[in-house]
Write a protein that binds this ligand. Structure first.
Ligand SMILES: NC(=O)c1ccc[n+]([C@@H]2O[C@H](COP(=O)([O-])OP(=O)(O)OC[C@H]3O[C@@H](n4cnc5c(N)ncnc54)[C@H](O)[C@@H]3O)[C@@H](O)[C@H]2O)c1
Length: 348
């Protein structure tokens, strides 16, 4: 029987509760489809700081590198907020992404029919629904470019540099085109090619790649227009590919318009099959240990793991369908960070 080794970073706050639910679902679906799991728990985040003094012990990285994939709950909490930057729980996330060379972040944003009422967009837009995946470059661009402070003629200055190589753009582009090919075959590239040289190179590389994917309908969109289109007409998006910084901002915008940030999964991928899968929400310290945490984002992250890293698409679909059935029964998430939409007279 096929057996997968999964490194599990429970992390802090509700992390242990939601990863426990994820493991339970993986075991159940494995039993049904004839494969098994070995779960190796890995210490990382605030709990690692408490136990061994660093957010990401060497051993944790080693266990993740030896695994077929990584399941992550969430890290952080007020207890560690005053620590210096290099000792913050979030350092564990950056460290693990770097060690595993996870350069592609996939964030699906889908408006579930059961949650249309929580969508903050116009009623007509919510009624049409949307289902997109944002593919964000994760290990390059402005967040990793040269930065610093200096004194110029006008006094103190600060600078950050956006730099992308052809190879970095190509590898994220291939992930996005392949994903589009497996979905509705539509890819929108988002950049700022009217102003930025790095965006012009980004666009050139995407245009070269599109020749290899004639079955995928490809177009470009400037990031300022994309920010507007996401709230005006989100259903036009299927797969979106963009740089680290634009992806950071747009993926948060896209998750907010689903009205269900507590239900959204994510995947981070690199050159190998191994990926890191986690819900997009944080450690929710306000509800930790109270049996209130909604595990659905983690459960859907497990489905992404089965589909993208473990080659078990049927089992993945089974989980997605089960979640839809649960939501259709009216089991709404216990809490949603977005307030329920109030009826507005202007919308009538
Ligand atoms: N990837 C990560 O590990 C990650 C991501 C974001 C934030 N964080 C960290 O998490 C901590 C808390 O951050 P925050 O409060 O800004 O965001 P959060 O996502 O943890 O919580 C925001 C709100 O949503 C609720 N919520 C979140 N997930 C939920 C779930 N599964 N079920 C029910 N309710 C849920 C919380 O109770 C809270 O009211 C911070 O230390 C932050 O740095 C970690």
């Amino acid at each position: 029987m096929k057996n997968y080794t999964i490194a599990v970073i429970e992390g802090d706050g509700i992390g242990p509760e939601i990863t426990a639910a994820g493991m339970q679902v993986l075991e159940a679906v494995g039993k049904k489809y004839g494969f098994g799991f070995t779960f190796n728990k890995v210490l990382a985040g605030g709990c690692a700081i408490d136990k061994v003094g660093v957010p990401l012990p060497e051993e944790a990285v080693h266990t993740c590198l030896e695994s077929d994939s990584v399941l992550l709950g969430a890290v952080g909490g007020p207890k560690w907020d005053t620590l210096p930057g290099h000792l913050r729980p979030e350092k564990a996330l950056l460290g693990i992404r770097k060690a595993l060379e996870l350069y592609a972040n996939l964030r699906p944003a889908r408006l579930l029919p059961e949650l249309k009422g929580a969508c903050p967009l116009r009623e007509a837009v919510a009624e049409e629904g949307f289902d997109m995946v944002i593919v964000r470059e994760l290990t390059g661009g402005m967040y990793f470019g040269e930065s610093g402070r200096r004194f110029g003629l006008g006094g103190e200055e600060a600078f950050d540099t956006e730099c992308y190589s052809v190879a970095e753009i190509e590898r994220i582009g291939v992930i996005a085109f392949e994903l589009a090919r497996s979905r509705r075959k539509n890819l929108i590239n988002i950049d700022k090619a009217n102003v930025l040289e790095s965006s012009r190179l980004w666009r050139e590389v995407m245009h070269r790649l599109k020749e290899r994917y004639p079955d995928v309908q490809y177009s470009d969109m400037l990031v300022d227009n994309a920010a507007m289109q996401l709230i005006r007409d989100p259903k036009q998006f299927d797969v979106v590919v963009t740089s680290n910084m634009f992806g950071d901002i747009l993926s948060d915008e896209a998750s907010q318009i689903t009205g269900s940030i507590g239900l959204l999964p994510s995947a981070s991928l690199g050159e190998t099959k191994r990926g890191l899968y986690e819900p997009i929400h944080g450690s929710a310290p306000d509800i930790a240990g109270q049996d209130k945490a909604n595990p659905i984002a983690t459960v859907l992250s497990c489905a992404m793991m089965l589909r993208l890293s473990l080659d078990q698409p049927e089992a993945a679909q089974d989980i997605d369908d089960a979640v839809s059935r649960v939501l259709a029964k009216g089991c709404a998430p216990p809490t949603s960070p977005l307030p329920a939409k109030r009826p507005s007279p202007a919308r009538k």
